[in-house]
Design a protein around this ligand. Structure first.
Ligand SMILES: Nc1nc2c(ncn2[C@@H]2O[C@H](COP(=O)(O)OP(=O)(O)OP(=O)(O)O)[C@@H](O)[C@H]2O)c(=O)[nH]1
Ligand SMILES: [Mg+2]
Length: 231
């Protein structure tokens, strides 16, 4: 019998070490947590908002992207983020953690209020350059997610979908979910999709590059700390 020695996988490239942090996002600081847009920072400069169902992993993604464990509050209990939470990257750029939608345990009137406050922000915020829409890769594209996409499309808001918790699925199942969501979103002009894991950092470089683009930061490493077009 042949000895059971694993053959080296010749078609596999050695993995290049992944960057864990990005000079712009790691300097993020909490600004304020407010129930309504009107209580937040002045509506100028660049803002990127994180939206999605309760518990999809919005706050965890912000922490991973900024390489800070406790910047945004996370919780196993859905409905943790109930306000619009603003984080500053520099004088003109911010990230925003939005309350999750679709959390059944929140009383109807509160859900309506969060929804209204979030809707008002997404509809009217001039500084909003794009929405990172998070979906648990195991339950991607629920009815509410589809409504959210339709609505962002009607407002011509660019959306980048993060299929989160990719670490919870085997690669084949995760890839199948990615393909399904890509197919379902193909007809939208400004929607892109990727897998992501806040737990192990998979997909970080891709999401940074989308954020850099929306923030109009130069891709040149040496100028990562300065916005490319200060207008
Ligand atoms: N394994 C794994 N768990 C994750 C990941 N992202 C988030 N979680 C877990 O999912 C739960 C919810 O994460 P949050 O980041 O608080 O989710 P959220 O979307 O901000 O939730 P709300 O604020 O309630 O809307 C927490 O227990 C996280 O630890 C991930 O990529 N992998
Ligand atoms: Mg949250």
């Amino acid at each position: 019998m042949l000895p059971l020695i694993a053959e080296p996988r010749l078609n596999m490239k050695p993995k290049k070490p992944l960057k864990q942090s990005h000079p712009v996002y790691q300097q993020a600081e909490f600004i304020c947590s407010v129930p309504k847009m009107s209580g937040g920072p002045l509506d100028s400069g660049y803002e990127i908002a994180f939206a999605g169902r309760s518990n999809a992993g919005k706050s965890s993604a912000i922490n991973r992207i900024t390489h800070q464990t406790g910047l945004a509050r996370t919780s196993k209990t859905p409905g943790r983020t109930q306000h619009l939470v603003f984080f500053k990257l520099d004088e003109t750029h911010r990230l925003v953690d939005l309350p999750g939608y679709g959390f059944a345990k929140v009383p109807g009137h509160m859900r309506q209020k969060w929804g209204q406050n979030m809707a008002q922000y997404i509809e009217n915020r001039l500084a909003l350059k794009g929405i990172i829409l998070l979906m648990d890769i195991r339950h991607a594209m629920t009815e509410l997610d589809q409504q959210m996409l339709e609505w962002c499309d009607s407002l011509e808001r660019p959306v980048h979908i993060l299929l989160t918790k990719a670490d919870k699925l085997k690669y084949g199942a995760a890839k199948a979910s990615l393909l399904k969501v890509q197919k379902l979103t193909r007809h939208y002009g400004q929607v892109s999709v990727q897998m992501f894991s806040s737990k192990n950092g998979d997909g970080l470089e891709k999401v940074w590059s989308v954020l850099d683009q929306w923030n109009e930061y130069n891709n040149d490493e040496s100028s990562l700390l300065t916005p490319a077009n200060k207008s």
